[in-house]
Design a protein around this ligand. Structure first.
Ligand SMILES: Nc1ncnc2c1ncn2[C@@H]1O[C@H](COP(=O)(O)OP(=O)(O)OP(=O)(O)O)[C@@H](O)[C@H]1O
Length: 570
C-alpha cells in the first residue's frame, strides 16, 4: 500500500522529522558540556567556564524541549489527518464494492479494519515521526561520539550489537505471527457480539443465553491467550535489551577504568562514555518498541490493503441514462452461480417484460427469486447470459443512474436511524403532498394519523416500529420514487391480508405505472399480474397468467390449492 498517498500534510511530516533531529542534536551536546563542566568548572575550579557550561546545558535542554513540543504537535496533526484519510478511503472503497465483493468479509472484520487497523497505522506513523527520526540519529550519534572519546571502549559495544539485532528480528517474527492471529480472533469476537445484539430477541426466546455466553467465553479466552503471548514478548524484549546493554556498559567501564588508572583516559571521558551508552540503550529500547509497533501496523496495513486493492466486480463502465418512463426488461439465457456454490442458483433464465406490465414471480423458498432481482439491480454480475433494459445491455447504463431509476422494497425492510421523512426521501426531495400520497398507497395510516407525522423518530434499525409498519415505510419509500421499474420483493409477507389487498388495489389503479416485478409466496398477491413466472429448481418452470398456470402447471396448482386450503385467499 502506498502509505505516503494518504499523508496529506507532507510538509508538516518532514518538518516534524526535522525538529526531532534538532532535538537529538541538542541532546548529543549535553555529555560534552557535562564533561567540560566537570573538568574545567569543578576539577580545575574555572567557575566562569563552569557557569557557561551550566548555562549552555540549560539553554540546550529548553531548546530541545521546545523542539520536542513542536514536533509532537506536528505529529498529532499529520497522524490524525492520515487516519482520517485512510478511513475515508476505506469507506469509499466499501461503497464501490459490489454486494458479492463485500460478502468476502464479515461486517465485524470491515468494522475492525476501519477502526482498529487504521488506529494501528496511525500509531505507526506517529511513532515513526517521534522515534524513527530520533532513535537512529541518537544511536549513530552516540556510537560516533563513543568512538571519538575512546575507540577501544567503543569496539566492545560494536561487538555486542549483532546479538541484539538477531534478538530483535526473532521477536519481530514471533510477534507478527501472533498479531495476525490477534486480529483474526478479534474479528470473531466482534462477530459474536454482533450476533447477540442484532439477534437478541431470538437468543432469549430460544433460551440460548448460556450457550452464547460460552461461545463468547471461548473466543474471549483465545483472544486473551494471544494477547498474553504478545505481552510476554514485549515484557521480555525491553528488560533483555537493558540487561544486555548494562553488561556491555560494565565491560566498557571496566576497560575504561583501567585506562583512567593508567592515565590514558580522563575521568570525565569515562562519564561521557556512561552518558552516551545510557542514551544508546534508551534509543535501542525505543527502536525495539517501534519495531513491535511496526509489526502491528504491518499486519493492519495488509488487512487495509486487502480492501483498498480489491477490484470491484460490478464496475460502472458506461454512462447511458435511463429515462423515467416504464422500461422493457429482458433476461437472455441468464445463469448465476454464487461464489463457492457448485450448482447455479439460476439456470438459463429467459423472459421479457414489456413496458408498464406487472409480472409476478413465485417459487418455493430458496428457489432464486431474490437472486433474480439482485441481478437486475446489478448487485451481482450474471455468470452467463445478459440482461437488457430497453433493448440495451444493463452494463451500458450508468450504474448509479440505473439504480436511481429502480424503486425497490426488499424482503427485509431496512430503515436508517433518524426520522420517517429522512427514510422516505433518502437523498431526494418530494413535496409533502407526494409523500402523503405514497403513505396512503402503502396504507401507512400509523404515520398519517400520528400527531408527529413524518417527523416521527426512527430508532436504530427501526426497532420502534413493528415488522408490518417497517414494511409499509419501506414500501412508501419505493412508491414515492419516480421510477421506470418497481421491484417489490415479498413486501406483503409482513402485512395482514386486508392491508395487502388494499395496497395491491391502490397499485393497480395507479396511472403511468412503472414496469413492476412482484415477488411473493402468496399467490393472492400475484393473481392480477399480467404474467406470473414460476421458478422451480433454478429454472423457469412456466410463464403465464394465473388462470392458465392453474390449468397447466402442477407446482403452481399445488401452491394454490395449499393456500386455498390454508384459507389465505383474499
Ligand atoms: N449472498 C448469498 N451467498 C451465497 N448463497 C446465497 C446468497 N443469497 C442466496 N443464496 C442462495 O441462493 C439460493 C436462492 O436464494 P434466494 O434468496 O434468491 O431465494 P428466494 O427464492 O428469494 O427465497 P425466499 O422465498 O426464501 O426469499 C438459496 O439456496 C440461498 O442459499
Amino acid at each position: 500500500m502506498d502509505s505516503m498517498k494518504y499523508i496529506k500534510y507532507k510538509k508538516e511530516f518532514f518538518l516534524g522529522f526535522f525538529f526531532k533531529i534538532i532535538e537529538v542534536g541538542f541532546e548529543l551536546f549535553l555529555p560534552i558540556f557535562m564533561a567540560i563542566l566537570m573538568k574545567d568548572g569543578l576539577k580545575n575550579k574555572n567557575y566562569e567556564k563552569g557557569f557557561l557550561m551550566a548555562g549552555l546545558i540549560l539553554v540546550f535542554c529548553v531548546l530541545g524541549y521546545l523542539s520536542t513540543v513542536y514536533a509532537h504537535r506536528l505529529t498529532a496533526k499529520v497522524s490524525q489527518n492520515y487516519a482520517q484519510n485512510l478511513r475515508q478511503a476505506l469507506f469509499y472503497k466499501i461503497q464501490d464494492l459490489s454486494i458479492e465483493d463485500l460478502e468476502e468479509f464479515s461486517s465485524s472484520s470491515l468494522t475492525n479494519r476501519i477502526n482498529t487497523d487504521v488506529q494501528q497505522m496511525q500509531n505507526g506513523l506517529a511513532m515513526t515521526m517521534r522515534i524513527a527520526s530520533r532513535a537512529p540519529f541518537l544511536m549513530i550519534g552516540s556510537i560516533v561520539a563513543l568512538f571519538i572519546v575512546s575507540p577501544k571502549v567503543a569496539l566492545i559495544l560494536l561487538c555486542s550489537l549483532p546479538l541484539l539485532l538477531v534478538m530483535l528480528l526473532l521477536v519481530m517474527k514471533v510477534s507478527i505471527k501472533n498479531f495476525k492471529k490477534f486480529q483474526n480472533q478479534n474479528d470473531k469476537l466482534i462477530d459474536v457480539v454482533k450476533d447477540n445484539t442484532e439477534g437478541a430477541r431470538m437468543i432469549r426466546a430460544f433460551a440460548q443465553v448460556e450457550h452464547e455466553e460460552n461461545r463468547f467465553h471461548k473466543k474471549n479466552e483465545t483472544l486473551s491467550l494471544i494477547l498474553v503471548k504478545l505481552g510476554k514478548l514485549t515484557s521480555f524484549s525491553t528488560p533483555f535489551t537493558m540487561l544486555a546493554m548494562n553488561i556491555v556498559l560494565v565491560a566498557m567501564i571496566y576497560v575504561g577504568s583501567k585506562d583512567v588508572y593508567n592515565n590514558s583516559m580522563q575521568q570525565e571521558q569515562l562519564i561521557q562514555i556512561i552518558n552516551y551508552v545510557t542514551q544508546l540503550t534508551l534509543s535501542i529500547v525505543s527502536v525495539m518498541n517501534l519495531m513491535m509497533l511496526y509489526t502491528k501496523a504491518g499486519t493492519a496495513s495488509i488487512r487495509i490493503k486487502e480492501i483498498l486493492d480489491k477490484e470491484p466486480t460490478v464496475i460502472n463502465m458506461n454512462n447511458e441514462k435511463l429515462d423515467s418512463t416504464p422500461a422493457k426488461i429482458e433476461f437472455r439465457d441468464v445463469s448465476y452461480t454464487y461464489k463457492n456454490h457448485l450448482q447455479p442458483t439460476l439456470n438459463h433464465i429467459n423472459f421479457t417484460i414489456l413496458p408498464g406490465q406487472t409480472i409476478g414471480i413465485v417459487g418455493l423458498t430458496g428457489s432464486g427469486k431474490t437472486t433474480l432481482v439482485d441481478l437486475l439491480l446489478r448487485f451481482y454480475n450474471t455468470t452467463t447470459g445478459e440482461i437488457l433494459i430497453n433493448d440495451k445491455k444493463i452494463e451500458s447504463y450508468d450504474l448509479f443512474d440505473l439504480r436511481d431509476k429502480i424503486a425497490y422494497a426488499s424482503q427485509k425492510a431496512s430503515l436508517l436511524s433518524g426520522n420517517v421523512e429522512k427514510n422516505i426521501k433518502m437523498k431526494n426531495e418530494y413535496t409533502n403532498i407526494k409523500i402523503n400520497e405514497a403513505l396512503n398507497e402503502a396504507q401507512a395510516n400509523f404515520i398519517l394519523n400520528d400527531s408527529e407525522g413524518i417527523s416521527k423518530t426512527v430508532n436504530k434499525q427501526g426497532n420502534n416500529f413493528s415488522g408490518g409498519q417497517k414494511q409499509r415505510l419501506a414500501l412508501t419509500r419505493a412508491l414515492v420514487k419516480e421510477s421506470s421499474i418497481l421491484i417489490l420483493d415479498d413486501v406483503f409477507s409482513a402485512l395482514d391480508y386486508v392491508t395487502d389487498y388494499k395496497i395491491r388495489k391502490q397499485l393497480d389503479s395507479k396511472e403511468n405505472k412503472p414496469t413492476t416485478i412482484l415477488i411473493s409466496q402468496r399467490l393472492s398477491s400475484l393473481m392480477k399480474a399480467d404474467k406470473i413466472i414460476v421458478i422451480d429448481n433454478a429454472t423457469i418452470a412456466a410463464i403465464d397468467t394465473h388462470e392458465n398456470l392453474l390449468k397447466n402447471n402442477e407446482l403452481y396448482k399445488k401452491l394454490y390449492e395449499t393456500q386455498i386450503q390454508g384459507g389465505q385467499e383474499s
